[in-house]
Ligand binder design. Structure first.
Ligand SMILES: [Zn+2]
Length: 277
């Protein structure tokens, strides 16, 4: 995690820099405000690494914010701790995005590891044995002994993501899972799912909003196009470069703003009825 944060801060200090020869300056502590540098005329580079909250075992839930464009996206990795291929993919996105035209016009918030305790022990669940993707406060939350939490949003990791949604008001959300191998969507996300699937080898599949899931909370109930990017199980064994080549384009597609005409028309017209499960 330390290396991850340092990497993010290096991105933070380089994106938008207009003077390549400028010497490296030690970044400020996470809690400090970034120095007031004059913004380039067409900056896409509001960048900061911050902490959204802390896990049960007090690990920080770090996130990075990039860009100042009107198209706002929230990207989440490893909410299930044993489905970790999304983490290197998102870390690579933070490096690659400033090099692509897709970075213009977007503002993204990236949480590479939503469930740091589960990630540390290779477990789907958090340190209290709760499935965080069943712990969101929505109508279909249901008790399941302790596995869905003692109540909706009982877990600090869940609340950290809810806080980010409330604060940054994303108009699209992508949460990366494994191992089903498809692009699933909840809420009005079909068009976005099809755009992502068109640039990778995964089909669009409607899996249905699981009880207490992010898809039910943000997609079905809040109307935010919410993508569950289900990478295949073997994605965990791919070298980082191969992983990026195969699935990075889908992430770039996920954050590429729609054409102005589509944007003016609002979200797509996908029916959003609750799924069978
Ligand atoms: Zn999962």
């Amino acid at each position: 995690m330390q290396r991850t944060l340092v990497g993010m801060l290096l991105v933070a200090t380089t994106w938008g820099c207009t003077t390549p020869s400028r010497s490296y300056v030690e970044p400020p502590p996470l809690a400090a405000q970034p120095p007031a540098l004059p913004a380039p005329a067409r900056s896409v580079a509001e960048v900061a690494s911050r902490v959204a909250g802390h896990s049960i075992e007090t690990r920080p839930i770090a996130y990075t914010r990039l860009g100042e464009g009107p198209c706002r996206a929230l990207l989440l990795g490893t909410i299930h701790g044993n489905e970790a291929a999304g983490t290197p993919l998102l870390e690579r996105l933070l490096i690659e995005l400033p090099r692509t035209a897709a970075g213009a016009g977007v503002s993204i918030v990236v949480v590479p590891v939503v469930n740091p305790d589960g990630h540390a022990r290779g477990s789907r669940l958090n340190a209290r044995g709760v499935d965080l993707n069943r712990n969101f406060p929505c109508a279909n939350w249901r008790e399941h002994r302790t596995r869905h939490g003692v109540e909706p949003a009982s877990e600090p990791e869940t609340r950290a993501i809810i806080d980010l949604i409330d604060r940054y008001r994303p108009e699209r959300i992508v949460s990366i899972h494994q191992p089903i191998g498809c692009v699933d969507y909840d809420g009005p996300g079909r068009t976005l799912a099809e755009a992502m699937a068109s640039v990778c080898d995964l089909p669009v599949r409607k899996l249905g909003a699981r009880p207490g899931s992010l898809g039910a909370y943000a997609g079905e109930e809040s109307g935010i196009p919410t993508i569950t990017l289900e990478l295949p199980g073997h994605a965990s064994r791919l070298e980082d470069g191969v992983l990026w080549d195969r699935y990075g384009p889908a992430l770039v597609a996920a954050i590429t703003p729609p054409p102005p005409a589509l944007r003016a028309a609002g979200a797509d017209a996908t029916p959003t009825g609750h799924a069978a499960e």
